[in-house]
Design a protein around this ligand. Structure first.
Ligand code: ZN
Length: 310
């Protein structure tokens, strides 16, 4: 691996930052410039690592259509927006000697887990989606820029939320299908300190405003009920006055725009993932809504009677 000098010296962007750092007057300015230098260095290190991996000798696969060995068609450049800024690298691209359609193969892209038309790397998409969930896209785009000068447009964020939303939806559907056919689901790992606490499960319906026509703000607000379930471990903490106060830990949320029959399998799936069967106690909290009681009473181990028994 190269030293900082080898990576950065003579690079106009780095030299400019060095001058800016020396002439900065306030600490805040120094931090801002220091951050840019750190990001610049991060980009250079990543690009260098990718370059080294791209140089490795390569065994080409066979064409999936005709079985002929693929051959290198030379080097192509790839760009990607990441959490540390835009990076660019070169990698080998291969194709079937017989020119079969869709035989394009880019082993390095596959090895590092990037898809053909992906414009942002996973960690950046994750942060962009998280921000977009809690604030409008324009604001999320601006906030991302505040961290390091990243420039991700609101429409790109919108696209990322669609992509990740569809992936999450497909993943959930697959898990629900597996549950319906009696398969075991993957239990979420719990620290021992959490696993020994009781699990509380609560469900209710909340009214949420929707647009009456997709992609348009026009028309009268449409209120629809979302069924929400919250699962949490019942912990406690000691206040400054020495009093023991209840504390909800390890929250998990289930929500669905749909009826109780769509809600029940979802809350059951999450209850299984949260190891309700091995929890020392399970407490079910719900108000009137009769349907919600069905979501627990059909269990072999009835939450409610368990909670009463303890
Ligand atoms: Zn072929």
């Amino acid at each position: 691996m190269s030293s900082i000098e080898q990576l950065c010296q003579g690079q106009p962007e780095w030299e400019k930052h060095c001058e800016q750092l020396q002439s900065a007057s306030t600490l805040s300015q120094m931090v801002q410039i220091g951050l840019q230098m750190g990001l610049f260095l991060a980009r250079k290190l990543i690009e260098q690592e990718l370059e080294q991996r791209a140089q490795q000798p390569m065994n080409w696969d066979n064409c999936s259509l005709c079985g002929t060995k693929l051959q290198s068609k030379g080097w192509q450049s790839r760009k990607m927006e990441t959490l540390v800024g835009k990076i660019e690298w070169q990698r080998r691209v291969g194709r079937c000697r017989k020119g079969c359609p869709k035989s394009l193969s880019i082993p390095l892209d596959e090895a590092i887990g990037i898809k053909p038309h992906q414009s942002g790397s996973e960690e950046l998409m994750r942060l962009g989606c998280l921000l977009s969930i809690i604030m409008p896209y324009e604001l999320a785009s601006w906030i991302l820029g505040q961290w390091s000068g990243l420039s991700i447009s609101a429409s790109t964020l919108w696209n990322w939320v669609q992509i990740k939303g569809q992936e999450a939806q497909a993943d959930l559907e697959a898990q629900l299908q597996a549950q319906a056919s009696g398969e075991e689901c993957e239990i979420e790992f719990l620290e021992a300190s959490l696993a020994t606490l009781s699990l509380a499960i609560s469900a209710d319906g909340v009214m949420v405003p929707f647009r009456p026509t997709p992609h348009s703000p026009k028309g009268k607000t449409l209120w629809q009920e979302i069924k929400v379930g919250i699962l949490a471990r019942l912990g406690s903490r000691i206040s400054k006055a020495g009093e023991r106060l209840p504390q909800l830990l390890h929250h998990r949320v289930v929500a669905v725009l749909g009826n109780i029959d769509e809600f029940i399998p979802r809350i059951r799936l999450e209850a299984r993932k949260q190891s309700f069967e091995s929890a020392p106690g399970v407490i079910w909290l719900s108000d009137g809504g009769r349907g919600f009681w069905r979501s627990n009473c059909n269990y072999e181990n009835d939450y409610y009677s368990q909670a009463k028994a303890r």
